[in-house]
Structure formats: structure tokens, C-alpha cells
Design a protein around this ligand. Sequence first.
Ligand code: MN9
Length: 293
Amino acid sequence: MSYNKEKFDGIFTALLTPFERDGSINEAALKDLIRYNLKMGVRGFYVCGSTGEAFMMSREERARVMEIVKAEAGDATLIAHIGSVNEMDAAALARQARTLEYDLVSSVAPYYYKFSFEEIHGYYSRLADAAELPMLVYHIPALSGVNMRTSDLGTFLRDDRFIGIKYTSNDFFMMEQCKAAFPEKVLYNGYDEMFLAGLSMGADGAIGSTYNFMANKFVRIQSLFKEGNIAEAQKIQREANKIITILCKIGVMRAEKEVLNQMGINLGVCRHPFTETTAEDKALIQKEILPFI
Ligand code: MN9
């Protein structure tokens, strides 16, 4: 299977979900966030992934967010993260993605129980069939606890139903091995702070959380990389990494929401059991992040 490079290369925002304090979704803020991201030049959106707090949302809420993103960003490339350890929910979301004419579906490996690779493979296979859309495997061992080997990833890449991998790991050797063996497949870099490294090992683009408010820096890194201006690309990656260091210290999602709150897009807070950003961290964001966006 070959794919339309134009549609799948580039920067994809792993969309945050704006929540009010009572836990409800702030739909107006979600629309503002999408419009702001389109202006920064993103290729598309990864909807209801880890960054979107999908695992703390109901199936109905996830379907609603998918609907809003489609209505607001119909021309962008849209990837629905449908993953759930409740496979019936995942299959329902897969069908919803198809109905809404998303471009791809994606899923984290089934988590919590220690499933065998055969079981994991069965999960993906059934969901790809349910979606009738190309599937992007979401490899994120640090959060899912599922450690797939290069040969396991190869099992997917060899299969026409799978377009590629969202690769969130710092094992760049493994990333390069996947790209070398399956050059026609799509590989997305998952850790924003290592985007430039990922590009040099074969990533076609990136899906990440910090793009919610600074996608423009990464659009620029990729175009500089393509021009061969590595020194300038490194400079921007370094600038971004100063910001990401602070986000990691505070807690990535709550800090990103606070950055956007301060920028005037009301992302609110994370869902419980996440805690809120402290007054001290809010001040840190105002002083050390806002001027550098
Ligand atoms: O979707 C994100 N991964 C996780 C990708 O949240 C686990 C990244 O964008 C990170 O949030 C980011 C900061 O470490 O690279």
C-alpha cells in the first residue's frame, strides 16, 4: 500500500480536551484551539489520544469530540484514537471514525492485563476491520506498559491494513529499523523534545502534545531539516526543549492547559485524578514560557 505523502507528512497536534472544573467539555474552547492550530500550519489532528485524556472519558464524549473536530477541521488530516481496553467501545469508535470520514484510526495496545502478542494482534486486526480505514499503531511503552519488539511492529507494517506507527519511544535504532524495512509506511515521532532526532532516523512527521501551542516551531524544524539547515533546526529544537523541560517538571498536560489559558484559549483544567496547576507553577509559566512562544 502506498500513501499520499502530502496528506500524512508534517505536524499533527495531539489535541488537548478543554474541561471545565465540573468535568464537562468546553466545546467553544475546543473550536478555538482547533482554529489556532490550523493557523500555526499543522497538517492535522490526533483526536482523543493520551494528551486528550481519552482514558478518562466516556465513549460518548470521545465520539462528540471527534464530531466537533470534523466539523471544525474537515480539510485537515484527521486521525481518531479509538483505543480502549474495552474492545467493544474501541470498535464503536472505529465505526464512528469511518462514518465521520476520518482519514485514519489509531490505537494504543490493549493495556493493564498482560496480553500476549497474539492477543494484541487480534485486537488490532479486528479494529482495523471494524473501521474499514487504515490503522496507525500507537507504540508508547512508557505509558501503556506494552513492550513490542521490532519484529512485532514488523508484523503490522507488513499488513496492508496498517499505514504505520506513532512511535513514542526513545529507541531510535528500532525506529530506523522499521523505516529501513518498510520505507513506504508512515512513521510519526512521538516525543516532541526529540523531533529532530526522529527526523534524522526516518520519521515522516510528528504527533505530539506541545504542538497545541507551539506547532509553528516544529513546522519550521521540519522544513529546515528538509533544506539541510541542521544548525538552525537545532537552535529551534533547543528553544522548544527549554519550554518542554518546564512542562515536564509541572506535569505536561496540566501545564499545557495553563499555557493556553494564559494565551486566552480557555482549556481549563485536567480531569481528576489529575490535580490543578499550583499558583507557583502558574507564575513560572507566565515568566519562563509565555514570552518564548
Ligand atoms: O503524544 C506525547 N506523549 C505523551 C505524544 O504525552 C506521553 C508527547 O507529545 C509528550 O507529551 C511530549 C512531552 O514529553 O513530548
